[in-house]
Design a binder for this molecule. Structure first.
Ligand SMILES: Cc1cc2nc3c(=O)[nH]c(=O)nc-3n(C[C@H](O)[C@H](O)[C@H](O)COP(=O)(O)OP(=O)(O)OC[C@H]3O[C@@H](n4cnc5c(N)ncnc54)[C@H](O)[C@@H]3O)c2cc1C
Length: 388
C-alpha cells in the first residue's frame, strides 16, 4: 500500500542516534517520522543490550566538551520521563604510565577539570581489589563515569518522541531515496516526502548512501560481547562499587579492552575487546572469528584473577568504524537537506543526546553548537593537487 504524506523531517534508523535526533526535532515542533527496518525493539544493530559506559575520559577535548552537555541532556531525559538511565560507578583507566594514550587521557581530564583520582601503584590494590595492575601501568579514575541502561534509554527516548507527536514506523525498510528540495523516501510500506532527511542507519549507512551517490570509508565489524563469571560472586559487582574500566596499551592486542561491573546478569562481568572482525550487517551471524575472545581470555587470566577465564555468555553487536575512529556528522556534499550521522566507531552511545541535538541543528540549517570540522566528510577526501 502506498502512503504519501508530508513531513518536516524523516529520520532513517531508530538506533540511539536516530531516536535522539527524532526526539530533538519533535521537541522543536517539527513534524517528524522515524523509520526503522526491524520491528522494535530489536537486537540486530548497534544500540541494543542493557548497558553502555558513559565517561568524560577521552583523548580529545572535543569529546570531553560534548560529554559535559550530554550528561545534562541525559539527566534532563531522566527527569522528563521519571526513569533512571544512569548509575555512577567511576571509570578506572589503566595504561602504560608514560605512554601517549594514557597521558592524553590524563591531560584531557585535568585540563577540563573533570573530577579525577590518580591511583599511585602502591595504593592501587587498596582501592581496586581483584585486579592486577600491569608492570609499568598507571591508573586513574574518572569519577563522573558510570553505566547507562541502554535498552531502557532507547525505549524512553522513543516514548518521549511519540508523546510529543512524533511518529515511528517500524518494520519498514527504506529501499530508495530520491533527493531534491523535497526528499522522497520509499519503504516496503509506502512513499514518504519530507523537507529534510537524516540518515542514522548504523552499519547499513553505505547501503542507504548508495541511493544518493555517496560512499564513506566505513568498516562494519562484529563484536563478541563477552560476560565472564566471578569466581566469588560479588567480587566485581556494581553494588560493591566496582567501577567500569578501560585498559589502553594492552599487551594482548592492539586495541583497548573495556569492562563494566556485573549488573545485568548477576555474577557475570561484561568485558569486551574494542574491535572485531569485518562483517556484512545482514550476515553478522556468519562471522564466527573468535580471535578477540582469545585476546580477552589471556588478558583476564593475567589481570582479573577473580574471573573464570572462559566467557560464560557471548552475545553479539556491531561497530561501524571510520579510519580515524571519529564520528561523521555532516550534510551530504551535494544535497544539503540530507544529513548523515554515522561511523560512531564503538563509542557513540553516551553521546546520543548531544548527537541528536547536532543532527537536528544540521537538518534545520541552524548554527551548530560545536565546531564540527573534526567530524566532516571532507576529511576522508584526498587533498586536491592545487591544495598541495
Ligand atoms: C558491544 C558494544 C559495546 C559498546 N559499548 C559502548 C559504550 O560502552 N559506550 C558508548 O558510548 N558506546 C558504546 N558502543 C557504541 C554504541 O552502542 C554505538 O555507537 C551506537 O549504538 C550506534 O548507534 P546508531 O544509532 O548509529 O546505530 P544502530 O543502533 O545500528 O541504529 C541504526 C538503525 O538503522 C536501522 N536501519 C538501517 N538500515 C535501514 C533501512 N534501510 N531502513 C530502515 N531502517 C534502517 C537499523 O535497523 C538500526 O536500528 C558499543 C557498541 C557495541 C556494539
Amino acid at each position: 500500500m502506498s502512503t504519501t504524506q508530508d513531513w518536516d523531517c524523516i529520520v532513517i534508523g531508530a538506533g540511539v542516534q536516530g531516536s535522539f535526533t527524532a526526539y530533538q526535532l519533535a521537541s522543536k515542533k517539527k513534524k517528524t517520522l522515524l523509520l526503522e527496518q526491524f520491528v522494535l525493539p530489536h537486537s540486530r544493530g548497534s544500540s541494543h543490550g542493557q548497558t553502555r559506559i558513559i565517561r568524560k575520559a577521552y583523548d580529545h577535548d572535543i569529546y570531553t566538551h560534548m560529554m559535559e552537555e550530554s550528561y545534562q541532556l541525559w539527566a534532563q531525559l531522566e527527569k522528563e520521563a521519571n526513569v533512571k538511565l544512569y548509575r555512577q560507578t567511576g571509570l578506572l583507566v589503566m595504561g602504560a604510565e608514560c605512554g601517549h594514550e594514557f597521558q592524553l587521557i590524563k591531560n584531557t581530564l585535568q585540563r577540563n577539570k573533570v573530577p579525577t583520582v590518580i591511583l599511585p601503584r602502591e595504593e592501587f590494590a587498596k582501592h581496586i581489589p581483584n585486579v592486577n595492575l600491569s608492570d609499568g601501568d598507571g591508573a586513574l579514575v574518572d569519577v563522573t563515569a558510570g553505566v547507562l541502561y541502554a535498552d531502557r534509554a532507547l525505549k524512553t527516548v522513543q516514548g518521549q518522541f511519540q508523546q510529543m507527536g512524533g511518529v515511528i514506523k517500524d518494520g519498514q525498510k527504506v529501499i530508495n531515496i530520491t533527493p531534491g528540495s523535497v526528499v522522497t523516501v520509499s519503504t516496503s510500506g509506502g512513499n514518504y516526502k519530507a523537507r529534510s532527511l537524516v540518515i542514522t542507519a548504523g552499519p547499513w549507512t553505505n547501503t542507504l548512501l548508495a541511493h544518493v551517490g555517496l560512499q564513506l570509508p566505513l568498516q562494519v565489524v562484529k563484536i563478541n560481547v563477552c560476560y565472564w563469571k566471578e569466581k566469588v560472586p560479588g567480587s566485581y559487582n556494581v553494588k560493591h562499587r566496582f567501577p567500569c574500566f578501560i585498559q589502553v596499551d594492552c599487551k594482548e592486542g592492539k586495541h583497548h579492552i573495556y569492562g563494566l561491573p556485573s549488573n545485568e546478569y548477576p555474577g557475570l562481568m561484561k568485558v569486551c575487546y574494542h574491535m572485531g572482525s569485518e562483517t556484512d550487517p545482514d550476515e553478522r551471524d556468519r562471522q564466527t572469528d573468535r580471535s578477540d575472545i582469545h585476546i580477552l581470555q589471556r588478558y583476564i587470566a593475567r589481570c582479573f584473577p577473580g574471573l573464570m577465564p572462559v566467557p560464560a555468555v557471548v552475545e553479539s553487536c556491531m561497530y561501524t568504524v571510520t579510519p580515524d575512529h571519529h564520528f561523521v556528522l555532516d550534510r551530504h556534499p551535494s544535497y544539503s537537506n540530507i544529513v548523515i550521522g554515522a561511523g560512531f566507531s564503538g563509542h557513540g552511545f553516551k553521546f546520543g543526546p548531544i548527537i541528536g541535538k547536532l543532527l537536528c541543528e544540521l537538518s534545520q540549517e541552524e548554527v551548530s553548537s560545536y565546531d564540527l570540522s573534526f567530524f566532516r566528510i571532507r576529511r576522508f577526501q584526498a587533498p586536491s593537487k592545487s591544495a598541495l
